[in-house]
Design a protein around this ligand. Structure first.
Ligand code: AMP
Ligand code: ZN
Length: 112
């Protein structure tokens, strides 16, 4: 398996774990864009949000719940942002579905 995030999920590439359960693994982004920047990836290899189907609905909900749970644990009373970059125009650079959790500073809108 050549997928970077599959290797992070299975531990063959080191990462800083933030949260994990039977469905997902969350870890610190190596190039943080905010004081809190966590990636939540499903243990299952799914290329992107564009590759999901109705069978993935529970998993997708779980990834969002995990983001909220991590945000609660980090303590982000002023809010945070959850992002799923999808495909080349969406800025996705790693082809294994992941949710970004960003917080700890005001984030501007619209994005670039
Ligand atoms: P995206 O551009 O949405 O596909 O996000 C990929 C993210 O993975 C980027 O924010 C990268 O900084 C991050 N990243 C790449 N390699 C690693 C790594 N080895 N450990 C942690 N984060 C990584
Ligand atoms: Zn993968």
């Amino acid at each position: 398996m050549s997928c970077l995030f599959c290797k992070i999920v299975d531990g063959s590439i080191p990462s800083t774990a933030v949260y994990q359960d039977d469905q997902c693994y969350a870890f610190a982004d190596i190039h943080p864009q905010a004081p809190v920047h966590v990636l939540i990836a499903p243990r299952e290899h799914i290329v992107s949000l564009a590759d999901t189907n109705p069978d993935d609905c529970a998993l997708l909900g779980h990834l969002l719940w995990a983001a909220a749970e991590i945000a609660r644990a980090k303590g982000l009373p002023k809010g945070y942002r959850v992002v799923v970059n999808t495909g080349p125009d969406g800025g996705q650079t790693v082809d294994h579905l992941h949710v970004h959790l960003l917080g700890g500073r005001p984030l501007t809108w619209p994005p670039g």
